[in-house]
Design a protein around this ligand. Sequence first.
Ligand code: TYD
Length: 392
Amino acid sequence: MKKFLDLGNQPLANSYLKKNQLNQKEKKFRLEIGFNPKNFLVSILNTVPKEKMFNKNYPYKSSESFTMRSQFQKLAVKLKKKFKPKLSLEIGSNDGAFIKNFKKEEVIGIEPCKNLAKITKKKGYKTYSEYWDIKLAKKISSKKKIDLIYSANTLSHIKNISEIFKAINLALTDNGVLVLEDPSLLECMRNLAYDQFYCEHIYVFSTLSLQKTLKVADLEIFDIENLTTHGGSNRYYIKKKKNINFKISSKVKSNLSKEKKFGLNKFKTYKNFANKVKKSKFNLEKIFNDLIKKNKKIIGYGATAKSCTVLNYCNINHKKIDYFYDTTSFKIGSYLPGSKIPIRSYQKLDTKKIDYVFLGAWNFKDEIFKKEKEFIKNGGKFFTHVPFPHII
Ligand code: TYD
């Protein structure tokens, strides 16, 4: 791995603090990012043990978001129509937002976070509360192989990725399909969205890197959809290499050439990115300092895991942002890790109380701007670091 970016000492992004933890010393790790010139994988260098992040206290529930619920429902209908699977499986089934769209006897969930697995088990869905690996793949598929494996925003969180793909190959029927969804490295670089890197996101995949990694497990990509979720994601359709029933779509070639054109196969592209990130930090700090000098009231909107990286890297704490608004029940009343900014229950933005709003959830900008039309009309302002620090 060749290191190209150092985002400093960071706390665990989803470890929101309770009031009584504010004076305790937080565990931090060095967030450094590297590039592997052999297989083009981009990953964080110092990984946190999975048990520290994905355990019985995992806070994120997919079903709490209306957008996620409806996207999963639509996708389940589409995949069932397209591939007609008799048996499906989801790696990272969370609280069941995707698997609940299947008949109970036709789907299996894999969810190591026990608090989440409990929810789907209770509803009658077969759920293994274990980490996905070869042993588990053998156990599950020894009697009946799987026709469709789906995994969204999960495989990029798992360190031994080649092993994971080998386990998938083992569990799939010969005509089986893996549908994999994760943030796109190309969009992350284009948007200078360095906040896609945090403890849980061990990898940010490109088509180039996935193609190489899948090859080791005798798998290959046969189609891709470019999505807008999470600031730009890709949905990859993957099959066994020996399976000739699916034609390789022209989307695969076009994604690969877009990425090569951008230079995702060259180390120098990443060095350039790192230089731009340093400038971005300087300019974001400048925006904050200028607004504070002018006595402006600043709050944050959307206490995302991504914000954790930005706030800690750019030295933004509760002295610079009064509080964050967020709609997620488990976040309200707690504090963002590291920066210790309080998170309050969302209220409609009001220019009588707030001048400037830092967009933590920049990936939901359109939805948020629609909701806050009145605030913007009355002269309220938003600002963001994506794709460069600016007041919108
Ligand atoms: P998410 O997109 O999951 O980002 P990450 O993976 O980096 O944590 O989180 C979006 C957050 O923004 C979530 O905490 C909910 C919050 N949010 C609001 O509070 N109000 C809104 O209108 C929207 C769209 C999101």
